[in-house]
Design a protein around this ligand. Structure first.
Ligand code: ATP
Length: 442
């Protein structure tokens, strides 16, 4: 007979697997009661739902013997349950080199590690990260975001679609009762009792004070909170979809952003920075939004040697170093993957069309091909007639700064058959041959 908690977990995980189409999971286990219960619950339902589980534990290296004992408990429990476990031990000196909010840094480090474990263990196949966030954690997060003036979109929406939180409607009290009843061992993090972090002060002082006046169980389950959660999740998904519809070959149009109201405009800018792996900040976002209203070619430093460039009303991110770095000419006699000044060109003998992959008919792929930068006088044979490459790049609104670094592919008959940023150059609309090639810049 399954207990109520087991039934709940089974239902939540089954629903997630059906929705995502994947049964592979990285279970984030800290050794605390919440995640130890999650681990046992998932181990219990593993055979029925055919789950592929791997555990990830990050030892922050800040609580000496205490945190090493947490890691040992997680590793030993996994051995007993027959679940593979990856533990990463962080050197305490690592933290001395880190500036900014420690809790935010630690969280970012944990998620990078969880994703790395999943990518390695599941060899690039889709997987979810399962964490043991509880109802109490949700409430704490909402309070913290309000108090710090942060967007509630993060704490109230179900966040990234690759994250599973089957216990988010369960109280910590219920998890402790389950762990005690099932004799599940867990570790107490003594730093949770120290009030040096805002989160602990919210947990240890603010919440108990409010608990005297309010029934939290009722508040969390209230229509108001569930409406807010569902509303924020819906909004988040809509914004993701809007962003996906506006993004073209990694860039956005200023005119599309200008049409948006201030909230969605900010959210799309935020997603654009995240899409390019640029850590967003209030200052970067403010500058980005200011650039939308100025004229001409403009740019801002995005950090990490990268630049956000707006040219011809097209917004893209470029590498400082890659700007105008010409391609060293290369002659190729077969398909393959070729390194060109920090970029890779892949030429394969199958058809696969997508935003970044371009099909070339076999009658144009006459080896040897020359891969190079543009040259003065380069001309493209297009269905409407011959066009100077320079003009085609201007028409395509490709910024001047990057034109010399674009990859151009020429065949043995001295015909240009591909230009990065433009795509395949086909002289006739329908010039496909039976055998096709695919060219792609990575
Ligand atoms: N050191 C750790 N190693 C592995 N997993 C951890 C670790 N710390 C936290 N977790 C996982 O993250 C869950 C939530 O922990 P906590 O609320 O402290 O972190 P959070 O990152 O702010 O929360 P969330 O990611 O769920 O929004 C834990 O229940 C556990 O599943």
């Amino acid at each position: 007979m399954k207990s109520e908690l087991e039934r709940h977990c089974h239902g939540a995980v089954e629903q997630y697997c059906r929705w995502s189409g994947s049964t592979s999971m990285v279970v984030a286990v800290s050794g605390g009661v919440d995640s130890m219960v999650l681990l046992h619950l998932l181990a219990k339902i593993q055979p029925e739902l055919k789950l592929n589980l791997v555990v990830a534990h990050l030892e922050h290296g800040l609580r000496g013997e205490e945190s090493r004992a947490d890691a040992r408990l997680v590793i030993q429990t996994c051995e007993r349950l027959g679940i593979p476990c990856y533990a990463r031990f962080v050197d305490e000196h690592f933290w001395q080199r880190q500036a900014g909010n420690f809790q935010d840094k630690a969280r970012a480090l944990r998620y990078t590690f969880f994703r790395q474990v999943g990518t390695d263990f599941f060899s690039g196949r889709a997987f979810a990260i399962a964490t043991a966030m509880t109802q109490d954690d949700c409430l704490e997060k909402i309070f913290m975001d309000i108090l710090r003036g942060r967007s509630l979109l993060g704490s109230l929406s179900h966040q990234q679609p690759d994250t599973l939180r089957p216990l988010r409607t369960i109280s910590k009290e219920a998890l402790i009762a389950y762990a005690t009843g099932q004799q599940i061992s867990w570790r107490e993090d003594t730093s949770n009792h120290q009030d040096s972090y805002l989160r602990n002060r919210v947990r240890n002082q603010l919440i108990p004070l409010l608990r005297e006046e309010f029934d939290f169980q009722k508040s969390i389950q209230s229509r108001f909170i569930t409406d807010m959660e569902e509303g924020m999740t819906f909004l988040s998904e809509q914004l993701d979809a809007l962003f996906a519809s506006l993004l073209r070959e990694g860039s956005l149009r200023v005119s599309d952003l200008r049409q948006l109201a201030s909230f969605p405009q900010r959210q799309i800018c935020l997603r654009f920075l995240q899409h390019h792996g640029i850590p967003p900040s209030e200052e970067k976002l403010a500058l980005f939004i200011r650039l939308l209203t100025t004229k001409g070619t403009r740019s801002m430093d995005a950090g990490g040697g990268r630049q956000l460039v707006i040219a011809y009303e097209n917004i893209r991110v470029s590498d400082h170093n890659a700007v105008a770095k010409p391609v060293t000419p290369l002659t190729v006699v077969s398909c393959g993957e070729f390194s060109l000044n920090g970029k890779q060109l892949r030429l394969t003998q199958f058809t696969s069309q997508s935003e970044k992959r371009f099909s070339l008919p076999a009658n144009l792929v006459i080896f040897p091909l020359i891969i190079r930068s543009r040259r003065p006088g380069d001309t493209l044979a297009l269905p409407g007639g011959h066009v100077k490459l320079k003009k085609a790049l201007i028409d395509r609104k490709i910024p001047r700064q990057i034109r010399d670094s674009l990859v151009v592919v020429e065949n043995r008959a001295s015909q240009i058959i591909f230009v990065e940023g433009i795509g395949a150059i086909l002289p006739r609309k329908n010039c496909s041959d039976t055998l096709e090639y695919t060219v792609e810049i990575l």
